[in-house]
Design a protein around this ligand. Structure first.
Ligand code: NAP
Ligand code: MG
Length: 504
């Protein structure tokens, strides 16, 4: 099977083609600048493997300049003197401007990442706008508390209260799976709390964040409040994680790089929050609404081509409906229309990069060699673009690499279970990760009992992939530290100061 791939870039408007034709600079201190080294690197369309644009290759010198700009903006600039309401209005305007540029941002996301334009237009871009809109409301609601003292009560009178303060200059490092949305998840709460930011975007997908940078300036954000650096993890990313004048690092990506971030940040004991990998169990009980569970499990693994940290990649199905459910998911998988993201018919595009394509093919091969059986899929597609067949594997063993490792591609491993008992819970929790989980049953009491025992930051009952800017998201175990979104994320970006006055 071959995917018909032609140039995708001629499917976008001339203005965007013109934007892409110029080397894209980075945003540092409110100015658009190329790297100090003069170097650039090319970014590609994963459907055609053709060059899309060239972008500045920032490194430690550019990171240093960006951190200095962020420090100045924090300590001296108009930013810290803005009232919470004014800050909130500015953040809200960013959300409005994202929606005003909906099509263009969705086109960039599709070209750069490979995901369908139709999906980016209804998911990635509106959710990014919503994150800014939601967070804008928090600016006026970040409050301290009055705290009554007891220990010294006999000796004097004191007035004590807490004052939440921005943690300071934040280094943020994001991945390629939802390029704009991950930028929004990181930037919106940091801005809501009054921090300033240096954002290092993924080398595979820098374009939508650069366009977002233009929107931030249009919204009136003062110079240096957000700086956006393009470049490589090993140089720009590592320099940001280790920079002595960065107060906090917020990272989303692989567990492996998460460890490197912690090491780099440990020298100065910077605060760190991490949103890492997953291998999430999706459990279907025998009494579930089978059609809904099949549809939910299909979307649970194949949405965004399986490139979701919370993908429902380990399916557990009660024995008596195992064949029916896995056959249903395999049939859905075989029907998914695979193609170029800019094609309106496309439901699944290519994986993001040659590296990711190689990784997914390698792990699939290992699973098949170890005795797993593909009900559908099992290999790459064509010889141009990074396409992989949506795959459902059965006959797996708990120690196989396909079962243990995060694949980050459209590959589901399915296992039958006899009863919804301790053994099932142990199997579901038998992973180093703890990001998300799903439970499908009509017995809501049982679903909640199971949910309580799953070691995961998110549990979906009779649904999957339901995200909201108001809902905290993050991991147990090696899936991370801290939470993204909701009120919970604010603590990632705040320090608490206790102020005590002698009033005796
Ligand atoms: P990654 O290597 O962890 O990259 C994530 C970000 O970290 C990128 O911006 C990357 O820069 C940067 N980075 C890489 N090495 C660094 C270092 N030494 N110091 C500081 N920053 C560094 O992830 P990936 O290569 O894109 O994907 C690999 C795996 O990550 C996937 O298979 C998946 O398991 C996981 N992943 C998880 C999520 C999630 O949402 N939790 C998202 C994407 C990927 P470069 O772009 O230059 O590499
Ligand atoms: Mg990488």
């Amino acid at each position: 099977m071959n995917i018909a791939v032609s140039s995708t870039i001629d499917r976008v408007p001339a203005a965007l083609r013109g934007w892409l034709a110029k080397p894209r600079p980075m945003l540092i201190n409110g100015k658009w600048v190329m790297a100090k080294s003069g170097k650039t690197f090319d970014v590609h369309d994963p459907a055609t493997e053709m060059k899309l644009a060239s972008v500045a290759e920032g490194d430690a010198a550019d990171i240093d300049e960006a951190v200095r700009a962020a420090r100045r903006a924090l300590e001296e600039g108009p930013w810290s003197r803005l009232s919470p309401a004014a800050r909130g209005r500015m953040i809200h305007r960013i959300g409005d401007l994202i929606l005003a540029n909906l099509d263009e941002l969705a086109q960039l996301e599709s070209l750069d990442n490979g995901k369908p334009f139709s999906v980016a237009r209804v998911a990635d871009v509106p959710l990014s706008a919503d994150m800014f809109h939601y967070m804008s409301g928090w600016c006026t609601k970040i409050e301290g508390k009055h705290i009554p003292l007891s220990a010294l009560a006999a000796g004097g009178q004191y007035l004590s209260f807490t004052r939440p303060e921005p943690i300071g200059v934040v280094g943020q490092i994001i991945p390629w799976n939802f390029p704009l949305l991950m930028a929004a998840w990181k930037l919106a709460p940091a801005l809501a709390t009054g921090c300033t930011v240096v954002l290092k975007v993924a080398e595979e997908t820098p374009l939508s964040a650069l366009r977002l940078g233009e929107i931030l300036m249009e919204a009136g954000l003062p110079d240096g409040v957000v700086n956006i650096v393009t470049g490589f993890g090993e140089t720009a990313g590592a320099a940001l994680a280790a920079h002595p004048d960065v107060d906090k690092v917020a990272f989303t990506g692989s567990t492996e790089v998460g460890r490197l971030i912690v090491q780099a940040a440990s020298r100065d004991l910077k605060k760190v929050s991490l949103e890492l990998g997953g291998k999430s169990p999706n459990i279907i009980l025998g009494d579930a609404d089978v059609d809904a569970a099949i549809a939910g499990a299909t979307a649970g693994i194949f949405f965004n081509h399986g490139q979701c940290c919370n993908a429902g990649s380990r399916l557990f199905v009660q024995e008596k409906i195992f064949d029916k459910v896995t056959a249903g998911i395999a049939a859905n998988a075989a029907r998914i229309k695979i193609g170029v993201g800019m094609d309106p018919e496309t439901e699944m595009g290519p994986l993001v990069s040659e590296v990711q394509h190689g990784r997914v093919k390698g792990i699939l091969k290992s699973g098949l060699e170890e005795g797993a059986r593909a009900l559908t899929g099992g290999s790459a597609i064509g010889n141009r673009g990074y396409f992989v067949q949506p795959t459902v594997l059965v006959d797996t063993k708990p120690n196989m690499k396909v079962v243990r490792e995060e694949i980050f591609g459209p590959v589901l491993v399915a296992t039958p279970f006899k009863d919804a008992d301790d053994k099932l819970i142990a199997a579901a929790n038998d992973t180093i990760y703890g990001l998300a989980a799903g439970v499908w049953t009509k017995d809501i009491a049982k679903a909640n009992q199971i949910a309580n025992r799953l070691k995961a930051g998110t549990v979906w009952i009779n649904c999957y992939h339901v995200f909201d800017s108001a809902l905290p998201f993050g991991g147990y175990k090696q899936s991370g530290w801290g939470r993204e979104m909701g009120q919970a994320v604010l603590s990632n970006y705040l320090e608490t100061k206790a102020i005590t006055t002698n009033i005796s």
